[in-house]
Ligand binder design. Sequence first.
Ligand code: HEM
Length: 561
Amino acid sequence: METTSTVVSSLSSGWFQLSIWNLLMVIVGLFALLLILHTISFLKTYIKFKDTPGYVSFLPAVLDALVKKRIYVHNQYECTLEAFKKNPNAKVVKVQMGGSCQILVARDQALIKEILVKKYKTISKGESLAPVGLFGPNMFSADSSNPLWKKHRTMANPIFSSSSHLKNVFRVTLEETKKMLNFWKSIYGSETDGSIRKVNVTNEFKSITLNVINRVAFDYDVGIFDNGAKYRDELHDWVTDLLTGLIYTFVMPKFLFEYAPFGIFKRFRDAKERFKVATLTMIDKKQKEMDSNEFIQKDDEDLLTLLLKSSAAASSEDEKLSRDELLSAIFIVFFAGFETSSASLNFMLRMLAKNQQFQDEVVREIDQEIKHADDISFELITNKLPLLTSFIKEVLRTKTPVGGGARVINSKKGDFINGVHYPQGTSVTISYFSQHYYAKEGHDDFDPYRFMDKKSTSTAAATSDEVGENETGETYGKGPMGELNIDFGSDGILPFSIGPRDCIGKRMALLEMKLILVFLLKNYRLKVPKGLEEAQDAVPETYIVTRTVFEPYLIDFETRQ
Ligand code: HEM
């Protein structure tokens, strides 16, 4: 009996030892197989792009970023700039990480124009940004050859370009800025002279840009400033879950977002559902309003009204907008329309608070033009205050909000870039980040006067109210934006990209940001809070989607006497 049990136990422990050993062998074997496959893929890619100079890492992109302790997107931008620096004469470089490789373009305005303007249909978005189409393809995610893109872009264009709509942006922004200051006073408290201290501008500007985009584009009042800090925080958390989850969908398996009952996956699902319900309610409310006799025709109709009207007028079912299409159109304007502007404003406020002497000069410029904050006019914002305009451009240059525009070679025959042939499927990115570095030599050399002497070289319709497109789709004319216009030709920067796929909201963003700055500077002196100078200098910057900070910027708003 004893002998039998000893045999059994020694057998089973032997089997156990054997199975652990086997398991280890399987893991080592799998790892070796993965390594071999990875090496083959790395070598194949290396050989395919061997003629293009650049940055090469054996590690896949996620690991390369981990090793450098950088956020994934930020690492891509820094490696691109490194590649350009290492190859001082190159206009085209590569960034190869593991088996994937991007071709990147900067330094040559003619080449950038050729790709973004002339070739926008062949070197286009492809499916690279498909995940941004959360509720189906939209203006941002759809390829240039997709008729949906042209349809949505054409419908939305008047909202973001015409004089009457831009004046609406002006009016709404001014109203919201005043409300924002009262809101700040209620949550941060104010001193007897009205000064407000240690305002977390990184967080606060999200509220105003959210409010403005919703009112302007959808005639919908989110009302953040009419409710307390709790409502604001809850709304910010919801929106953050939606946007963070969206970014993760680019790099993590899809099924996690559909089924995983925990963490960001669940929060993202909940946020998406909440967005859907809120938006459909908004659509139904607007539709009811339009169906009722009380509907008032306005010449600055919002995007939602335009979309619903054009869908109602469509002659065939195909031309009508489905509910998902409407949802998707609304989502993209909301998504693209607030984070970029609030992040840019954050850096603008910080630069002004940090550079007191420069702030003096800007304030002098504003004081020379207007006596009182009530005198701020559309004309003042669009056509005057050249120093402030130059400052805004310099912040957009050095703190490039969107670091690159990803494209894919779509034509079967491939395409030539700078004389080199690249096959179909090659990822080609215009590196706005690197272009801004080379645009005026010296990315970190912050010079707010840099753009003072640059006059726009836009030829057609420079003084008219119209903004148009030439035969290649390049926008021309300053239109209602007057001098508040970024011209790639003379300024050398492209924070809003150029060509038919440029930022549809660029005029709105510039107007909104400059108006908020003028209103704040007319009423307050911006300062870094006492005792926090060093800590604020040390706040690290990064890119998550747009350029941002790891910790918030805090600003004192001291009432001007
Ligand atoms: C400082 C603020 C902003 C910056 C820096 C910015 C930047 C950009 C850039 C660089 C692109 C092109 C991306 C690419 O090359 O693929 C873009 C596209 C776009 N932006 Fe903006 N943006 C800003 C504000 C806004 C606002 C306020 C809206 C409001 C609607 C908006 C809506 C869009 C849309 C819909 C597109 C896609 C257009 C298309 O593909 O046809 N953006 N933006």
